[in-house]
Design a protein around this ligand. Structure first.
Ligand code: PHE
Length: 344
């Protein structure tokens, strides 16, 4: 019986030392110390032994059982600490987890770029309300009620009562030009401002038209401001915005609040002016309207006539964003489709 106990012990010692997981060590515990183990059978059989044998074998069996129990406990602790170490071990080569960050809408990115460039050229940023009086949006900038120029802009009227006094209606502003007189009433020249903002037109939408879009207006006024200043500022701005050299050209056009008025083109950002499908082979792309501020507008702001000169321009922000990022449908900006906005 002594030999049997010794044999069980030897086997147990060997198996315990080979065990490399907590599961294996548990199996060993069950098979050596559990109720159905060979060892338990021996302990159970003690009662059938003679008193002398009991004295010898009893303590031996119990000591051996304790010894095995100790070995198992020690091995368990050792294995647990290895597992802990494994947990703390950092694999610096493992690919990281990407966290989803919020980010700016492409129009916000473009607006910030524009504001950065213009403030670096000494411009201030001015602001006006989205819901504007008929007077600032139209009358003050030389577009009285019966002016044909009003037909150029389909308007969302908030209020326009019949038999009203002229110029007392309220509109969703159709252009940022309305901020011109608002600003000039409070500031004296010289100044240079840009007015980025949302505008609204009551028109059908398609790939290049939206009822809600953004413009930015530039207004530079002083005693000696010329079209040449405007061209220089425009070329500097567009070259910086598109990261390539841009040429600008003016074509005669008409806007009620400027005289002379121009249509403003820049050299094609796609082909550099050589001619391609983007620019209909002309080398030029139309980007907005511009002109020298009409003296009627200065007068509406309370300035004396023929004292100041200034230029104004108005561009569509979406248009610039579409050119810069090669976006082919203006409706995507307000679609709320994150597959679109996530790309920027
Ligand atoms: N406000 C004009 C428009 O929306 C653009 C413009 C601004 C033209 C300033 C000339 C000068 O069409």
């Amino acid at each position: 019986m002594k030999e049997q106990i010794q044999k069980i012990k030897d086997n147990a010692v060997e198996q315990i030392s080979d065990a490399d997981t907590l599961e294996v060590i548990e199996e060993i515990r069950v098979s050596y110390l559990g109720k159905k183990s060979a060892f338990n059978e021996i302990l159970k059989g003690l009662k059938d032994l003679s008193p002398e044998e009991k004295k010898k074998i009893g303590p031996l069996a119990n000591d051996t059982k304790k010894e095995i129990q100790h070995l198992i406990d020690d091995k368990k602790l050792a294995l647990e600490s290895v597992i802990d170490e494994k947990k703390e071990w950092i694999d610096v080569t493992a690919p990281g987890h990407k966290h989803a960050h919020g980010h700016l809408h492409p129009l916000s990115i473009v607006q910030r770029d524009i504001e950065d460039t213009f403030t670096s050229m000494g411009f201030e940023i001015a602001d006006g309300p989205d819901i504007e009086s008929e007077s600032y949006n139209f009358d003050a900038i030389n577009m009285p009620d019966d002016h044909p120029g009003r037909d150029m802009q389909d308007t969302f009227w908030i209020s326009r009562e019949d038999g009203r006094k002229k110029g007392t209606g309220t509109v969703m502003r159709t252009q940022t030009s309305g901020v011109q007189v608002r600003y000039m009433e409070k500031h004296k020249p010289p100044f240079r401002i840009i007015v980025p903002g949302r505008v609204f037109r009551n028109e059908a939408t398609d790939a290049s038209h939206e009822h809600t879009f953004h413009q930015f207006e530039a207004l530079v006024v002083g005693e000696d401001v010329s079209v040449a200043n405007f061209l220089y500022i425009a070329e500097t701005f567009f070259s910086e915005f598109f990261g390539q050299e841009i040429k600008a050209r003016l074509r005669p056009s008409y806007f009620p609040f400027v005289e002379p008025g121009f249509e403003f083109d820049i050299s094609c950002t796609n082909c550099g002016g050589k001619g391609c499908s983007t620019c209909s082979r002309t080398g030029w792309i139309e980007v907005g309207g511009a002109g020298m501020v009409h003296q009627n507008v200065f007068e509406a702001a309370g300035y004396d006539r023929d004292v100041y000169q200034g230029f104004a321009w108005g561009f569509g922000l979406e248009r610039l964003a579409m050119m810069k990022y090669k976006i082919n449908d203006i409706r995507l900006f307000h679609s709320g489709d994150v597959r679109f906005t996530k790309q920027f």
